[in-house]
Design a protein around this ligand. Sequence first.
Ligand code: MG
Length: 472
Amino acid sequence: MKPTILLLIALSAPLCLSAPLAGQNKPAAKPNFVIIFTDDQGYNDLGCFGSKRIKTPHLDQLAKEGRRFTQFYVPSSVCSPSRAALLTGSYPKRVGMHRHVLFPQSNYGLNPEEHTIADQLRSVGYATACIGKWHLGHHPETLPRQNGFDSYYGIPYSNDMNHPNNQGHARASSDDGWINQDKQVKLWNTPLIENEKIIELPVNQRTITRRYTDKAIEFVTANKDKPFFLYLPHSMPHIPLFVPDDAFDPNPKNAYKCVIEHVDAEVGRFVQTVRDLGLANNTYIIFTSDNGPWLKYAHHGGCALPLRDGKGTTFEGGQRVPCIMWGPGRIPADTTSTAFASTLDLLPTITSLSGSKLPAKIRVDGCDLTGVIAGEAPSPRKELLYYSARGELEGLRQGDWKILVQKMRVRKGRKVKKGGNTKILLFNLAEDVSETTNLADKNSEKVKVLQTRMKELDNEITANARPVWRKK
Ligand code: MG
């Protein structure tokens, strides 16, 4: 390879500055890892992230014993790309999973050749399980067991999608549906899958959060004597919303609140099991959400305040999510980190915490947050690209500056399409977390630098993108 080409790659590589890992106590045994990933829960939708309305005592307790992250991002504002990024430590575009969410009729999915967190940990002796919503391909070739997990129990795509071709589904969410929970369950034909087999159709979504918890408890109990990785992506609070009878509040205005409070209670039940098994001092629990709240569903959706907008957008409300990390004795208790961080960083971080190393050939976009988690180092993450829900490059955060280059929407007859005109927005997030003041006109030089940089980073990803799995 010519030196000039080498230089180009070095300059355009996503920037993770290496951080010192001083003082990190190496555990005697390999620690366990649990990732609890809720669906469409907003930045504000936890007591410890500012909600006055929703009561989350168990998650608040987890934060009290651990660390809150207030600048934690997912690399997409919708489900499938966000999940691909978490598990592979790579931008969705790098793994071909950037073009919006999957549907029951989709013919592609996460390539089993990708190296997921589960692949990494299984390669060094961990028991691995995925319990919950997968949404990275429902074909047997792309389900969790082909992507590093020993077992799978959950729904293969969103709970508002119908087997086998998404035809005939109900209205997405309504007060009437909330009030008549049992009737609403039957209006959706979402399957429940064990490993690769449908075991319930339609799944009783009223009890799904509780059953995921039961399975999670069963898994950690069975594996208490060996290292484990549990990926627990709850299918709630994605609409349509459901809770079991004993958690039901008949007032539809409280639907979303009721669902989050039920998730909170179930997280509490799971964490209690971890404590009862004597595993608290050797287990990391990371709680976060796959994207921002679905605001158009009003009280069936959440809240991202003080952030702007929500799911489906590249404003902060779409991609900055609540995050709690818990690991008694390893993560300082009752602390808040403002470190710039992302789900992209979990693969390298967990790999490092497990005392293992990623295979040399694996190229990822994540940074090792080990020092940040221990509370001893500044964040190695300096930049994050933003892509639209359909995978088009739309912005970059670099330090406190954020640029968005958005294509304007134009109406052509009955269709709304994105036109040729673009709108450039520039925000300083340290001074304006709500993205209210566009500073682009006053900072044309900054705009130029960031626009050049975001294209440079995206060009590298496009040039090195890996193939998605496709059904032949
Ligand atoms: Mg989601």
